[in-house]
Design a protein around this ligand. Structure first.
Ligand code: SF4
Length: 249
């Protein structure tokens, strides 16, 4: 019994890597799935945007690679994280990998914007131990300008995950002039405080480490001149979330 969902045996991926401390608990095997429907102005991985640019791999090939690190990642209290790009763009493939990971006894995490939350079946979510949910802004016009998409699907997905009792870590990229508006931060804090499954919120300072990728792709990096947030701003925003009783890092 392989658990492979019909038609999901092949996916397109950008790469895989190991990481510690940023993609869920412990040391993790991180699978970067190709393709994303959003175009976040601060995206650090523009090289994952197009599914067509990804490498075709079978679920067996992915599992074979994971197996090489299995002892290491489980000893380190880690597991497997699917990120991208947007893993739910290839939801059948993502679901098949998550299923196989659970069959192998591995902890699983799904890093998603939630924009395609409707593509996540209850079965896929049952095979996901932790959702890393990126909420890019709580202000509807800002969300659209920042990502090219609408905010509602993400909030609906968060509410559904909460109903299912699914563990969530929220990720919030702090970009001066874009996501530092005190009212919007406060609004998000209030929304999250109503979700018992939101265990923590990670405030991630905007950085420009992806700038070279834009240059290589000959794509303009819209936030090239936007400053990174200083420590005082990061503290203020974390403090605003904590004021809602949330665990903020
Ligand atoms: S959702 Fe993620 S991968 Fe997609 S554009 Fe935004 S930051 Fe980039």
């Amino acid at each position: 019994m392989t658990g492979i969902v019909h038609g999901a045996a092949i996916g397109r991926i950008h790469s895989w890597d190991l990481s510690t401390g940023v993609d869920g608990p412990g040391t993790r095997f991180v699978l970067f799935v190709s393709g994303c429907p959003l175009r976040c102005l601060y995206c650090a991985n523009p090289d994952t945007w197009h599914m067509r640019d990804g490498r075709a791999v079978t679920v067996d090939e992915v599992m074979g690679e994971i197996d090489k690190y299995r002892a290491f990642i489980t000893t380190a209290g880690g597991g497997v994280t699917l990120t991208g790009g947007e893993p739910l763009l290839q939801s059948a493939f993502a679901g098949a990998v998550l299923r196989r990971c659970k069959e192998a006894g591995l902890h699983t995490a799904l890093d998603t914007s939630g924009f395609l939350g409707l593509r996540a079946t209850d079965e896929l979510l049952a095979d996901t131990d932790l959702v890393l949910l990126d909420i890019k802004s709580f202000d509807i016009p800002t969300y659209r300008k920042l990502t090219g998409g609408g905010l509602d699907p993400t909030l609906n997905f968060a509410t559904r995950l909460d109903r299912l009792g699914k563990r969530m870590w929220i990720r919030y990229v702090l970009v001066p002039g874009w996501t530092d508006d005190p009212e919007a931060v406060d609004g998000l804090g209030g929304f999250l405080a109503g979700l018992g499954s939101a265990e923590r919120i990670d405030v991630l300072p905007f950085h420009k480490l992806g700038a070279a990728k834009y240059d290589a792709l000959d794509v303009p990096f819209p936030l090239r001149d936007t400053p990174t947030p200083d420590a005082a701003l990061v503290d203020r925003v974390r403090g605003q979330f904590r004021a809602h009783g949330l665990v903020a890092h």
